[in-house]
Write a protein that binds this ligand. Structure first.
Ligand code: ADE
Length: 230
């Protein structure tokens, strides 16, 4: 069994990479694939790139070429749910592409040909991640993460998303695309995201600050703790 640990940004990967044992690096498709052992498990670490297409390419190659049998995604997200604050940590229970709209041929948000819009996270790995968040940080938020090819950076847009998808806790640019690949291949996926901004008019300022100071070290601690648990 090889666990893939996918990060969106190099800042998040760096701390895990530093702990990787028996490190073997492979360069392929414009990405560095880091094979090795972490907390006693076979892992492959890779950066997804930003956006749904980059994330889907990465996930597909992880499964088809790099032997991944489960995917863990760590990253940051914009908080859109009422009461979701910068610094909260979200474990996704489900994923939806908020910018997928083939209506009126298919219902809005539905994956054409699949008949679903929300894809479920793997329950066992999500529980492991949520337990790790409790140990390392505090009570996680658990719920829907929506993804799209937009950095949401205005109060108007985040309010619209919240109105249209009231269950959504957070917005990112990759999770639901990776979930679609994992659905097609029948491979488990779990996602943990630290809330870096409120997807509002200050998002572009909050995002980089939070990423470096908080999210990167936190993501590494959570993932390592989840892997180390019996
Ligand atoms: N990831 C982190 N913050 C985000 C935002 N505001 N929009 C989309 N993806 C994000």
């Amino acid at each position: 069994m090889t666990l893939a640990i996918v990060s969106a940004m190099p800042e998040e990967q760096a701390a895990l990479l530093a702990r990787l044992q028996a490190h073997r690096r492979e360069r392929h498709a414009g990405r560095d694939w880091h094979h090795g052992r972490l907390a006693g498990r076979d892992v492959v670490l890779v950066l997804s790139g930003i956006g749904k297409v980059a994330a889907a390419i990465t996930a597909t190659l992880l499964l088809q070429r790099h032997g991944a049998t489960a995917l863990l995604f760590t990253g940051v997200a914009g908080g859109i749910g009422a009461g979701v604050r910068v610094g909260d940590v979200v474990v996704g229970t489900g994923f939806l592409q908020h910018d997928l709209d083939a209506s009126p041929i298919f219902p809005r948000w539905e994956l054409p040909g699949r008949g679903v819009s929300r894809l479920a996270a793997d329950a066992a790995w999500s529980r492991r991640l949520a337990d790790a968040v409790r140990r390392e940080h505090g009570e996680p938020l658990e719920g829907l993460i929506v993804s799209g090819d937009r950095f949401v950076s205005s109060a108007a847009e985040s309010t619209r998303l919240q109105r249209e998808l009231p269950e959504a806790l957070a917005v990112d640019m990759e999770s639901a695309a990776v979930a679609q690949v994992c659905l097609d291949f029948g491979v488990p996926l779990a996602v943990v995201r630290a809330v870096s901004d409120r997807a509002d008019d200050d998002a572009h300022v909050d995002f980089p600050r939070f990423l470096n100071e908080v999210a990167a070290p936190l993501a590494a601690r959570i993932v390592e703790s989840a892997l180390s648990a019996p």
